[in-house]
Design a protein around this ligand. Sequence first.
Ligand code: GLY
Length: 351
Amino acid sequence: MNEIKVSAEHGYTVELSESWMRSLTESVKDRTRVAIILSESLSSRVQGLDLGSAEVFTFAIPDGEAGKSSGTLLKIWDWLGAAGFTRSDLIVGIGGGAVTDFAGFAAASWLRGLDWIAIPTTVAGAVDAAVGGKTAINSDYGKNLIGAFHSPIKVIIDLQWFTTLTDRDFSAGLAEVVKCGFIADGKILDLLRGKKVSEIRNDQARVKELVERSVRVKGEVVSQDFKESFAREALNYGHTLGHAVELDSGYSLRHGECVAIGMAFMAYLQLDLGLISADLAADHLQILQDLDLPVSYKRESWPKLLAHMAVDKKSRGSSLRFVTISEIGKTDRLESPDLEALYAAYEKVSS
Ligand code: GLY
């Protein structure tokens, strides 16, 4: 078992576990009640969970972003109330990023903060959503607009879950891994270059190293800047356009797919502005395409994407702000770039 320490709000470990069930049982020893919030599609795999002396309550929520609603949260609050959950009880989220975001926010809001454990079952959840304590539900006005910083007391990653993923979902999760490579750890990119998704999936040692390295990147960044005053923004490389595409697509594209389009856009934008070399821009596109990730989007959506980017959580007032890199592992920010430069880069993404 490998452990990565994170120190953000409080210290906690991200365990790469051979058995999530064993790790969870060990982690809940002293608890009276444990609420398991899990994605509906995993219900049959998590039945009859025996957590020793702890009384276990299970609630399945709809898969994906649909589950992260205020309506579902109202039901969870009633359910926790009826079961008599107190401050010393525990919430566990088992599922993709949407489920762990939701479970974390339920934990943050019930009695002003219960302990919670994240058990991510997707690549994107493991390397991004479950680590770092950003918890949220969606509003009609956008994704993750209602939320709280509330770190889990533990994250348990069991790679066995990934066998349940489609190639498309596995690949979408790798977009966040690619991002960690560009912003902080070039070895990640070495492990990905020239590899197809199937080759990566069939190489457990490679998957483990990619996940571990990406979690280390995220853990270090959030330990440095938990509440995102500056350093944590780097995790949003490719996300400014990515979030806009996600909203424009009505969430029909996976988050990672939108981030891939966002990183392709950043490759062109940074190349055009002389911020990165042609080789580094080409490296972005090659790695993303080898992983079957999209690098283009509809040209006619540009006006809407621009409007969405203006209200991105990373924007300041009305000025647009992008995370940039000058080389692999070195990040910076680009404030209020020229709109013509943005459109010129977008034309290349959309052509
Ligand atoms: N997903 C970006 C962050 O946790 O800050």
